[in-house]
Design a protein around this ligand. Structure first.
Ligand code: AP5
Length: 292
Protein backbone atom coordinates (compact mmCIF):
# COMPACT_ATOMS: atom_id res chain seq x y z
CA UNK A 1 0.00 0.00 0.00
CA UNK A 2 2.71 2.46 0.87
CA UNK A 3 6.34 3.02 0.09
CA UNK A 4 7.03 4.54 3.49
CA UNK A 5 8.98 2.04 5.64
CA UNK A 6 7.25 3.30 8.77
CA UNK A 7 3.94 2.10 7.59
CA UNK A 8 2.92 -1.46 8.20
CA UNK A 9 -0.35 -3.15 8.79
CA UNK A 10 0.07 -3.20 12.58
CA UNK A 11 0.24 0.57 12.76
CA UNK A 12 -3.39 1.33 13.07
CA UNK A 13 -5.19 3.94 15.04
CA UNK A 14 -6.85 2.32 18.00
CA UNK A 15 -9.74 4.75 17.90
CA UNK A 16 -9.69 6.22 14.43
CA UNK A 17 -11.87 9.16 13.57
CA UNK A 18 -12.64 7.36 10.34
CA UNK A 19 -13.72 3.73 10.17
CA UNK A 20 -10.32 2.46 9.20
CA UNK A 21 -7.21 4.52 8.95
CA UNK A 22 -3.68 3.32 8.63
CA UNK A 23 -0.93 5.89 8.62
CA UNK A 24 2.70 6.62 8.95
CA UNK A 25 3.18 7.43 12.64
CA UNK A 26 5.91 9.94 11.88
CA UNK A 27 3.87 11.85 9.42
CA UNK A 28 0.66 11.69 11.41
CA UNK A 29 1.76 11.33 15.04
CA UNK A 30 -1.51 12.60 16.34
CA UNK A 31 -4.77 10.93 15.33
CA UNK A 32 -6.40 14.33 15.46
CA UNK A 33 -4.42 15.28 12.37
CA UNK A 34 -6.60 12.98 10.39
CA UNK A 35 -9.51 15.34 10.62
CA UNK A 36 -7.50 18.13 9.06
CA UNK A 37 -6.74 16.19 5.89
CA UNK A 38 -8.40 17.36 2.78
CA UNK A 39 -10.03 14.30 1.32
CA UNK A 40 -13.47 13.86 -0.05
CA UNK A 41 -15.19 10.64 0.88
CA UNK A 42 -16.25 8.52 -2.03
CA UNK A 43 -20.01 8.97 -2.71
CA UNK A 44 -20.51 5.25 -2.41
CA UNK A 45 -18.06 4.73 0.42
CA UNK A 46 -14.84 3.00 -0.31
CA UNK A 47 -11.11 3.20 -0.19
CA UNK A 48 -9.71 6.66 -0.21
CA UNK A 49 -5.97 7.12 -0.34
CA UNK A 50 -4.33 10.38 0.54
CA UNK A 51 -0.67 10.59 -0.35
CA UNK A 52 1.63 12.57 1.92
CA UNK A 53 5.36 12.87 2.31
CA UNK A 54 6.94 11.36 5.42
CA UNK A 55 8.75 14.17 7.29
CA UNK A 56 11.65 12.01 8.39
CA UNK A 57 12.39 9.92 5.30
CA UNK A 58 10.96 12.30 2.72
CA UNK A 59 9.34 9.28 1.08
CA UNK A 60 5.74 9.21 0.05
CA UNK A 61 3.35 7.28 2.22
CA UNK A 62 -0.35 6.67 2.02
CA UNK A 63 -3.17 7.31 4.34
CA UNK A 64 -5.91 4.96 3.38
CA UNK A 65 -9.45 5.22 4.49
CA UNK A 66 -11.77 2.36 3.82
CA UNK A 67 -15.06 4.09 4.32
CA UNK A 68 -17.04 1.03 3.26
CA UNK A 69 -15.62 -1.12 6.03
CA UNK A 70 -17.76 0.37 8.74
CA UNK A 71 -17.80 -3.01 10.42
CA UNK A 72 -14.90 -5.27 9.52
CA UNK A 73 -16.65 -8.29 11.05
CA UNK A 74 -19.30 -8.18 8.35
CA UNK A 75 -18.91 -10.71 5.54
CA UNK A 76 -17.50 -9.78 2.14
CA UNK A 77 -19.54 -7.70 -0.28
CA UNK A 78 -18.13 -7.86 -3.76
CA UNK A 79 -19.28 -6.56 -7.12
CA UNK A 80 -18.08 -7.86 -10.47
CA UNK A 81 -18.52 -6.05 -13.74
CA UNK A 82 -17.39 -6.25 -17.34
CA UNK A 83 -18.61 -6.42 -20.91
CA UNK A 84 -20.89 -9.22 -22.10
CA UNK A 85 -18.98 -12.52 -22.03
CA UNK A 86 -16.02 -10.97 -20.23
CA UNK A 87 -16.21 -13.94 -17.86
CA UNK A 88 -18.23 -12.59 -14.93
CA UNK A 89 -20.31 -15.74 -14.50
CA UNK A 90 -17.29 -18.01 -14.93
CA UNK A 91 -15.34 -16.15 -12.26
CA UNK A 92 -18.37 -16.06 -9.97
CA UNK A 93 -18.45 -19.89 -10.04
CA UNK A 94 -14.81 -19.98 -8.93
CA UNK A 95 -15.17 -17.21 -6.33
CA UNK A 96 -18.28 -18.66 -4.71
CA UNK A 97 -16.81 -22.14 -4.54
CA UNK A 98 -13.80 -20.81 -2.60
CA UNK A 99 -15.36 -17.98 -0.58
CA UNK A 100 -18.90 -19.29 -0.17
CA UNK A 101 -20.53 -15.95 -1.01
CA UNK A 102 -24.10 -15.72 -2.28
CA UNK A 103 -23.98 -15.13 -6.02
CA UNK A 104 -26.56 -12.56 -7.05
CA UNK A 105 -26.59 -12.13 -10.84
CA UNK A 106 -28.98 -9.54 -12.23
CA UNK A 107 -29.12 -11.38 -15.57
CA UNK A 108 -29.99 -14.69 -13.87
CA UNK A 109 -32.73 -13.06 -11.79
CA UNK A 110 -34.19 -11.59 -14.96
CA UNK A 111 -33.98 -14.85 -16.90
CA UNK A 112 -35.78 -16.60 -14.01
CA UNK A 113 -38.62 -14.08 -14.37
CA UNK A 114 -38.69 -14.63 -18.14
CA UNK A 115 -38.82 -18.40 -17.65
CA UNK A 116 -41.61 -18.04 -15.09
CA UNK A 117 -43.62 -15.97 -17.57
CA UNK A 118 -44.28 -13.26 -14.97
CA UNK A 119 -45.35 -9.74 -15.96
CA UNK A 120 -41.86 -8.45 -15.09
CA UNK A 121 -40.35 -11.26 -17.12
CA UNK A 122 -42.44 -10.45 -20.19
CA UNK A 123 -41.42 -6.81 -20.05
CA UNK A 124 -37.78 -7.64 -19.32
CA UNK A 125 -37.52 -9.98 -22.29
CA UNK A 126 -38.35 -7.19 -24.72
CA UNK A 127 -35.33 -5.21 -23.53
CA UNK A 128 -33.04 -8.21 -23.24
CA UNK A 129 -33.76 -9.24 -26.81
CA UNK A 130 -32.68 -5.80 -27.96
CA UNK A 131 -29.56 -5.91 -25.79
CA UNK A 132 -30.80 -2.92 -23.77
CA UNK A 133 -30.91 -2.36 -20.05
CA UNK A 134 -34.12 -3.54 -18.43
CA UNK A 135 -35.79 -0.54 -16.72
CA UNK A 136 -34.84 0.23 -13.14
CA UNK A 137 -38.44 -0.29 -11.93
CA UNK A 138 -37.96 -3.99 -12.60
CA UNK A 139 -34.28 -4.56 -11.82
CA UNK A 140 -33.65 -2.44 -8.75
CA UNK A 141 -36.18 -4.07 -6.41
CA UNK A 142 -35.34 -7.51 -7.73
CA UNK A 143 -31.69 -7.10 -6.75
CA UNK A 144 -32.51 -5.33 -3.49
CA UNK A 145 -34.83 -8.17 -2.42
CA UNK A 146 -32.21 -10.80 -3.17
CA UNK A 147 -29.45 -8.94 -1.33
CA UNK A 148 -31.75 -8.49 1.67
CA UNK A 149 -32.28 -12.20 2.17
CA UNK A 150 -30.82 -13.89 5.21
CA UNK A 151 -28.19 -15.93 3.35
CA UNK A 152 -26.75 -12.80 1.69
CA UNK A 153 -26.58 -11.04 5.05
CA UNK A 154 -24.93 -13.95 6.79
CA UNK A 155 -22.52 -15.19 4.14
CA UNK A 156 -21.85 -12.00 2.19
CA UNK A 157 -22.62 -11.47 -1.48
CA UNK A 158 -21.10 -11.39 -4.91
CA UNK A 159 -23.11 -9.05 -7.08
CA UNK A 160 -22.75 -9.79 -10.79
CA UNK A 161 -23.88 -7.42 -13.54
CA UNK A 162 -25.31 -4.77 -11.23
CA UNK A 163 -25.20 -1.77 -11.11
CA UNK A 164 -25.08 -0.96 -14.82
CA UNK A 165 -26.03 2.69 -14.55
CA UNK A 166 -25.50 5.50 -12.09
CA UNK A 167 -29.17 5.36 -11.11
CA UNK A 168 -28.78 1.69 -10.15
CA UNK A 169 -25.65 2.54 -8.15
CA UNK A 170 -27.46 5.32 -6.35
CA UNK A 171 -30.34 3.00 -5.50
CA UNK A 172 -27.91 0.44 -4.10
CA UNK A 173 -26.37 3.07 -1.88
CA UNK A 174 -29.77 4.37 -0.77
CA UNK A 175 -30.69 0.85 0.38
CA UNK A 176 -27.49 0.74 2.44
CA UNK A 177 -25.56 -1.82 0.39
CA UNK A 178 -21.90 -0.84 0.40
CA UNK A 179 -19.46 -3.02 -1.49
CA UNK A 180 -15.93 -3.66 -0.25
CA UNK A 181 -14.51 -4.27 -3.71
CA UNK A 182 -15.48 -3.66 -7.34
CA UNK A 183 -13.87 -6.10 -9.77
CA UNK A 184 -13.74 -5.02 -13.40
CA UNK A 185 -12.90 -7.65 -16.02
CA UNK A 186 -11.23 -6.12 -19.06
CA UNK A 187 -11.38 -8.05 -22.33
CA UNK A 188 -10.75 -6.77 -25.87
CA UNK A 189 -13.95 -6.61 -27.91
CA UNK A 190 -12.76 -8.95 -30.67
CA UNK A 191 -12.63 -11.84 -28.17
CA UNK A 192 -16.11 -11.27 -26.77
CA UNK A 193 -18.17 -12.28 -29.80
CA UNK A 194 -16.36 -15.58 -30.08
CA UNK A 195 -16.98 -16.25 -26.40
CA UNK A 196 -20.69 -15.51 -26.67
CA UNK A 197 -21.32 -17.59 -29.75
CA UNK A 198 -19.55 -20.62 -28.25
CA UNK A 199 -21.10 -20.35 -24.80
CA UNK A 200 -23.32 -23.19 -23.58
CA UNK A 201 -25.07 -23.70 -20.25
CA UNK A 202 -25.79 -26.85 -18.31
CA UNK A 203 -29.41 -26.60 -17.12
CA UNK A 204 -28.80 -29.29 -14.48
CA UNK A 205 -25.77 -27.84 -12.68
CA UNK A 206 -25.97 -24.24 -13.91
CA UNK A 207 -22.34 -24.46 -15.04
CA UNK A 208 -21.04 -22.33 -17.90
CA UNK A 209 -19.16 -23.99 -20.76
CA UNK A 210 -17.58 -22.95 -24.03
CA UNK A 211 -17.40 -25.30 -26.98
CA UNK A 212 -13.72 -24.45 -27.50
CA UNK A 213 -12.30 -22.92 -24.30
CA UNK A 214 -14.18 -24.87 -21.67
CA UNK A 215 -15.80 -27.91 -23.27
CA UNK A 216 -18.14 -30.22 -21.32
CA UNK A 217 -16.46 -33.07 -19.47
CA UNK A 218 -18.73 -35.88 -20.70
CA UNK A 219 -20.98 -36.79 -23.64
CA UNK A 220 -23.93 -36.84 -21.27
CA UNK A 221 -23.37 -33.21 -20.27
CA UNK A 222 -22.69 -32.20 -23.89
CA UNK A 223 -26.07 -33.63 -24.94
CA UNK A 224 -28.06 -31.51 -22.51
CA UNK A 225 -26.32 -28.14 -22.98
CA UNK A 226 -28.46 -25.15 -23.92
CA UNK A 227 -27.81 -21.74 -25.44
CA UNK A 228 -29.09 -18.38 -24.17
CA UNK A 229 -31.65 -16.61 -26.34
CA UNK A 230 -29.51 -13.47 -26.47
CA UNK A 231 -26.28 -15.28 -27.37
CA UNK A 232 -26.10 -14.42 -31.04
CA UNK A 233 -23.47 -12.33 -32.77
CA UNK A 234 -26.01 -9.67 -33.65
CA UNK A 235 -27.34 -9.37 -30.10
CA UNK A 236 -23.99 -9.39 -28.37
CA UNK A 237 -23.00 -6.37 -30.45
CA UNK A 238 -26.07 -4.54 -29.17
CA UNK A 239 -25.29 -5.60 -25.58
CA UNK A 240 -21.75 -4.38 -26.03
CA UNK A 241 -22.97 -1.02 -27.27
CA UNK A 242 -25.19 -0.68 -24.18
CA UNK A 243 -22.28 -1.67 -21.95
CA UNK A 244 -19.96 0.90 -23.54
CA UNK A 245 -22.53 3.66 -23.10
CA UNK A 246 -22.91 3.00 -19.37
CA UNK A 247 -19.68 1.61 -18.01
CA UNK A 248 -17.88 4.90 -17.37
CA UNK A 249 -20.67 6.39 -15.29
CA UNK A 250 -20.63 3.36 -13.00
CA UNK A 251 -16.85 3.08 -12.83
CA UNK A 252 -16.42 6.68 -11.79
CA UNK A 253 -18.55 6.01 -8.71
CA UNK A 254 -16.52 3.01 -7.60
CA UNK A 255 -13.02 3.89 -8.75
CA UNK A 256 -11.69 4.02 -5.20
CA UNK A 257 -12.47 0.37 -4.61
CA UNK A 258 -11.95 -0.90 -8.16
CA UNK A 259 -9.57 -3.68 -9.10
CA UNK A 260 -9.08 -4.09 -12.85
CA UNK A 261 -8.27 -7.59 -14.01
CA UNK A 262 -7.19 -8.76 -17.45
CA UNK A 263 -10.08 -11.07 -18.36
CA UNK A 264 -8.49 -12.26 -21.60
CA UNK A 265 -6.17 -14.60 -19.72
CA UNK A 266 -7.10 -18.25 -19.15
CA UNK A 267 -9.85 -18.45 -16.55
CA UNK A 268 -7.56 -19.95 -13.88
CA UNK A 269 -5.14 -17.02 -14.26
CA UNK A 270 -7.97 -14.51 -14.06
CA UNK A 271 -9.15 -16.20 -10.90
CA UNK A 272 -5.64 -16.14 -9.38
CA UNK A 273 -5.63 -12.34 -9.65
CA UNK A 274 -9.10 -12.01 -8.17
CA UNK A 275 -8.21 -14.47 -5.43
CA UNK A 276 -5.20 -12.41 -4.49
CA UNK A 277 -7.29 -9.19 -4.34
CA UNK A 278 -9.81 -10.95 -2.11
CA UNK A 279 -7.10 -12.35 0.14
CA UNK A 280 -5.70 -8.81 0.58
CA UNK A 281 -9.12 -7.49 1.40
CA UNK A 282 -9.69 -10.19 4.02
CA UNK A 283 -6.30 -9.52 5.54
CA UNK A 284 -7.11 -5.81 5.78
CA UNK A 285 -10.42 -6.61 7.43
CA UNK A 286 -8.78 -8.97 9.91
CA UNK A 287 -6.06 -6.47 10.77
CA UNK A 288 -8.67 -3.84 11.39
CA UNK A 289 -10.67 -6.18 13.56
CA UNK A 290 -7.61 -6.82 15.74
CA UNK A 291 -6.94 -3.11 16.04
CA UNK A 292 -10.45 -2.18 17.18
P1 AP5 B 1 -26.21 -10.81 -18.25
O1 AP5 B 1 -26.78 -12.16 -18.11
O2 AP5 B 1 -25.60 -10.20 -17.06
O3 AP5 B 1 -25.25 -10.83 -19.50
P2 AP5 B 1 -23.94 -10.03 -19.86
O4 AP5 B 1 -23.58 -8.89 -19.00
O5 AP5 B 1 -24.07 -9.75 -21.30
O6 AP5 B 1 -22.81 -11.03 -19.50
P3 AP5 B 1 -22.81 -12.53 -19.88
O7 AP5 B 1 -23.62 -13.32 -18.91
O8 AP5 B 1 -23.14 -12.68 -21.33
O9 AP5 B 1 -21.27 -12.89 -19.77
P4 AP5 B 1 -20.31 -13.16 -18.56
O10 AP5 B 1 -19.44 -11.97 -18.37
O11 AP5 B 1 -21.04 -13.69 -17.37
O12 AP5 B 1 -19.42 -14.29 -19.23
P5 AP5 B 1 -19.35 -15.87 -18.97
O13 AP5 B 1 -18.63 -16.14 -17.71
O14 AP5 B 1 -20.69 -16.50 -19.17
O15 AP5 B 1 -27.35 -9.80 -18.77
C1 AP5 B 1 -28.18 -10.17 -19.86
C2 AP5 B 1 -29.16 -9.05 -20.12
O16 AP5 B 1 -29.99 -8.84 -18.96
C3 AP5 B 1 -28.56 -7.68 -20.43
O17 AP5 B 1 -28.24 -7.56 -21.80
C4 AP5 B 1 -29.70 -6.75 -20.01
O18 AP5 B 1 -30.69 -6.70 -21.00
C5 AP5 B 1 -30.28 -7.45 -18.78
N1 AP5 B 1 -29.64 -6.99 -17.54
C6 AP5 B 1 -28.76 -7.67 -16.77
N2 AP5 B 1 -28.38 -6.94 -15.72
C7 AP5 B 1 -29.03 -5.77 -15.81
C8 AP5 B 1 -29.05 -4.58 -15.01
N3 AP5 B 1 -28.29 -4.43 -13.91
N4 AP5 B 1 -29.87 -3.55 -15.41
C9 AP5 B 1 -30.63 -3.66 -16.51
N5 AP5 B 1 -30.65 -4.76 -17.30
C10 AP5 B 1 -29.85 -5.80 -16.97
O19 AP5 B 1 -18.36 -16.28 -20.17
C11 AP5 B 1 -18.77 -16.19 -21.51
C12 AP5 B 1 -18.15 -17.35 -22.30
O20 AP5 B 1 -16.74 -17.19 -22.32
C13 AP5 B 1 -18.42 -18.74 -21.67
O21 AP5 B 1 -18.62 -19.67 -22.70
C14 AP5 B 1 -17.13 -19.07 -20.90
O22 AP5 B 1 -16.87 -20.45 -20.84
C15 AP5 B 1 -16.08 -18.33 -21.73
N6 AP5 B 1 -15.01 -17.79 -20.89
C16 AP5 B 1 -15.15 -17.13 -19.70
N7 AP5 B 1 -13.94 -16.77 -19.23
C17 AP5 B 1 -13.03 -17.19 -20.15
C18 AP5 B 1 -11.60 -17.09 -20.24
N8 AP5 B 1 -10.87 -16.48 -19.30
N9 AP5 B 1 -10.99 -17.60 -21.33
C19 AP5 B 1 -11.73 -18.20 -22.32
N10 AP5 B 1 -13.08 -18.34 -22.29
C20 AP5 B 1 -13.72 -17.84 -21.21
Amino acid sequence: MASCPHLNSSMMLSKPKHPIASFCPLDFPNPQHLSSLSFIASPIGGVKSVRRRCRQTNQRCSLQILASMDNPKKPLKIMISGAPASGKGTQCELITSKYDLVHVAAGDLLRAEVAAGSENGKQAKEYMEKGQLVPDEIVVMMVKDRLSQQDSNEKGWLLDGYPRSSSQATALQAFGFRPDLFILLEVPEEILVDRVVGRRLDPVTGRIYHLTYSPPETEEIAARLTQRFDDTEERVKLRLETHNQNVESVLSLFEEITVKVDGSLPKEDVFAKIDSALANLIEQKNTTMLAT
